[in-house]
Design a protein around this ligand. Structure first.
Ligand code: PLP
Length: 230
């Protein structure tokens, strides 16, 4: 595993890259938050992210997030679910995560709403769209977006905070997928009269394209922690 100093060095480089893209496209670097994706890395990486003041950590498996949270003395950093959620694990996800970024159907949203209601909380979510139209990726389609968002907005125990996508491999493909998600956000905001502030897009290999397209939240693992060992 990477040591804290090396991690900090990577984080500084990442911040410099973010600042560079931001200046090129006329954005302020403070408008881009970083979720440190700690999946397949030890709990120490969560501590690193916390210590360095990153916005949140991202995990893609319920079980892994749960054991890390139990292992850590201080797990008070924000936790974001960035992996696909099976509906039978919705309750655990609600208990473990401050936000679920990967809601991609009304059925799943309804289930989260019902459980959140039972727990007496409001669950923050993002809706995941497969704007890269990659058959291997999860996410709702753009065609169903309007109806999906409209329906999710009726759920009282859900706080819809924005949209998320995972782009296909390849910078040009990624650029297209990010632009589509940004356009979709604007379209939904104007037709439905809502604000969807968060645009979660961009990973180690494509965060620059994502920021240029308007990302407010990049999800970065490898760039910060090195190649995952398992
Ligand atoms: C693994 C993962 C990331 C981080 O990927 P890196 O290429 O390691 O930065 C981001 N988002 C999601 C949804 C992931 O599963």
């Amino acid at each position: 595993m990477i040591n804290y100093e090396a991690f900090l060095e990577n984080y500084k480089q990442l911040q410099a890259s973010i600042a560079k893209v931001c200046s090129e496209c006329g954005r302020s670097p403070e408008t881009v938050k970083v979720t440190a994706v700690t999946k397949n890395n030890p709990a120490d990486c969560v501590e690193y992210a916390h210590k360095a003041g990153l916005f949140a950590v991202g995990e893609n498996r319920i079980q892994e997030a749960q054991s890390k949270k139990e292992e850590l003395q201080d797990n008070s950093i924000r936790w974001e679910l960035v992996g696909h959620l099976q509906s039978n694990k919705a309750k655990k996800a609600i208990e473990l995560f401050d936000r679920i970024q990967t809601v991609d159907s009304f059925a799943l949203a309804q289930r989260i709403d019902r459980i959140a209601g039972e727990l007496g909380i409001q669950q923050a979510i993002l809706l995941q769209f497969n704007t890269g139209e990659d058959p291997k990726k999860f996410g709702a389609t753009q065609l169903e977006a309007h109806k999906l968002v409209e329906s999710v907005l009726t759920l009282k125990n859900i706080k819809l905070e924005g949209l998320m996508t995972i782009a296909p491999i390849g910078k040009e493909e990624a650029r297209v997928a990010f632009k589509r998600l940004a356009n979709l956000k604007e379209e939904l905001e104007s037709t439905l009269g809502v604000t969807l502030p968060e645009l979660s897009m961009g990973m180690s290999g494509d965060f620059e394209e994502a920021i240029a397209a308007g990302s407010t939240l990049i999800r970065v693992g490898t760039y910060l922690f090195g190649e995952r060992s398992y």
